[in-house]
Ligand binder design. Sequence first.
Ligand code: FMN
Length: 203
Amino acid sequence: MEWRALNERRRSVNFFDPSVTITASDLEKIYEAAKLALSSFNLQPWKVVAVISKDEKEKLRAVAMNQPKVTEASAVLVLFGNTQQFLESQDVFEDWVAKGCMKAEALPQAMAAAERLYGGDRALGYASRNVGLFAMNLMLAALDQGWDTHPMDGFDVEGVRNLMGLDPKYVPIMLVAIGKKRPDAALLPRGMRRSFEQVFILR
Ligand SMILES: Cc1cc2nc3c(=O)[nH]c(=O)nc-3n(C[C@H](O)[C@H](O)[C@H](O)COP(=O)(O)O)c2cc1C
């Protein structure tokens, strides 16, 4: 689908058909399209836990404000930001070296620059920005492949962290429910969007 049509068609779908299942292969196809998402230094500071089983979705719903879509969707993607991705950037920089975009001697400097830019108190902002961009790509890729989505930040961060049990460097940034809209359910009309004049300041 063309970007314009995709963009106009995308909605946060509240009512999923609970009888629809999604496979690892469906998720992989979506990821393969979404992975072209841009990121700071191309570090791709994200990790995704795909919650597919009924039991796990129920546990997740309990720490996600009891939102029904968590259990009704085919899967819920828990998007984590890796707040220390700059410490695991070797593969990205080595790729640049291999492609002739960077000299091998510059690799330690690049890693140090990434740490300066994205470490310390900037780490959460860095992870959130990048995961937000990835999430948008993921939702548009999903729609392009016939899947509806719904992003959520209505969840208890510590609750999700404890439930998922990943290393604390991974911070849950967003949940994305994915599935197919229940055919009998009507979406609410699309909400207003602010005008160019309200949003832009020209200087
Ligand atoms: C980061 C983010 C978090 C959101 N969290 C929730 C949520 O927890 N629960 C919910 O019902 N909707 C949530 N939404 C959906 C928004 O309300 C929705 O995107 C907005 O109203 C625009 O509607 P549309 O996506 O259909 O265009 C979230 C959206 C975003 C982008």
